[in-house]
Design a binder for this molecule. Structure first.
Ligand code: API
Length: 279
């Protein structure tokens, strides 16, 4: 089938965006994998599919597939690229947009400087939300926030709609991403696997972050991972309510007032090229 797409990135986390409001979308998992393959297809971390809204007060629905073809619940960098796409494609005249993902309602605003602010919803700490199996583990609380011993490190577990395990490291450049990342990503205590964040606290308002993502491996940035890391850092008493997150692909700003307040993420969204592919 011939498919029109747009290649985009948010802080280096890259996407193939499919407008399914203007063309039928029905790819098999194998076709999705080929689309996402950096040698046999277009190549990306995730595939974003834009669909008409299915609820009255939303403007769109947007689905996210990792480049393995697995559908997932949320993608923060992708949400920003989604807004850039629908505005540039003339699919909406709005600049404040409401979109439904698999399990959340996001509110997004395209700023005058071209950055996008996303209301990412509130973090969830219940283990069933990830899911995380803490059976038999004794947490080591920091400032009353439980960190869980897994594979010899202390993990904060946070759901942003998708699952995150965050550990604090002294230097992200020397952190054992390649070994510990996959070990935790597919650890038995995370039955639906997990995104693994390695956070270096530089100051109370600045961290460096690398994320070994579920399915995709290390990406240059992870929006939901940045939210999860800042939330964990605030709960542990290491961070203030507004934090600049340095990722390998660029800077994200994350704000969280605590409790059941939503996490706000602001960052870039860039179109790279349009294309067509036959799958
Ligand atoms: N790999 C993630 C999905 C993409 C998240 C990330 N790209 C973001 O910007 O939030 C997962 O399986 O939950």
């Amino acid at each position: 089938m011939r498919l029109r797409f747009t290649k985009m990135h948010g802080a280096g986390n890259d996407f193939v965006v499919i407008d399914a409001t203007q063309q039928p979308f029905s790819l098999s998992p194998e076709q999705m994998r080929r689309l996402g393959d950096r040698r046999f297809g277009v190549g990306c971390d995730q595939i974003l599919v834009i669909e008409p809204a299915t609820s009255a007060d939303a403007d769109f629905r947007y689905r996210i597939f990792n480049n393995t073809g697995d559908e997932v619940e949320h993608c923060g960098n992708g949400a920003r690229c989604f807004v850039r796409f629908v505005v540039d494609a003339g699919l909406t005249a709005k600049r404040d947009i409401q979109v439904d993902t698999m399990n959340r309602r996001l509110r997004l605003t395209l700023q005058d400087d071209g950055r996008v602010t996303v209301n990412m919803g509130a973090p969830v700490f219940e283990h069933a939300a990830l899911p995380f199996d803490a059976e038999g583990l004794t947490p080591a609380p920091v400032n009353g926030f439980p960190l869980w011993p897994v594979e010899g490190v202390s993990l904060a577990v946070v759901s942003m709609g998708n699952p995150h395990a965050v550990l604090r490291v002294t230097d992200v450049e020397t952190a054992p991403i390649e070994t510990l990342g996959p070990l935790i990503e597919r650890h038995a205590r995370f039955p639906r696997r997990v995104n693994v964040g390695f956070m270096q606290v530089i100051a109370r308002d600045r961290i460096a972050l690398r994320v070994y993502e579920r399915d995709a491996g290390e990406t240059l940035a992870c929006g939901t991972g940045a939210c999860a890391a800042v939330v964990a850092g605030i709960r542990a008493g290491w961070l203030d309510a507004a934090v600049e997150v340095q990722t390998r692909g660029g800077l994200l700003k994350i704000e969280w007032a605590g409790g059941d307040a939503p996490v706000l993420m602001t960052g870039p969204a860039v179109k790279v090229f349009d294309g067509e592919i036959t799958l």
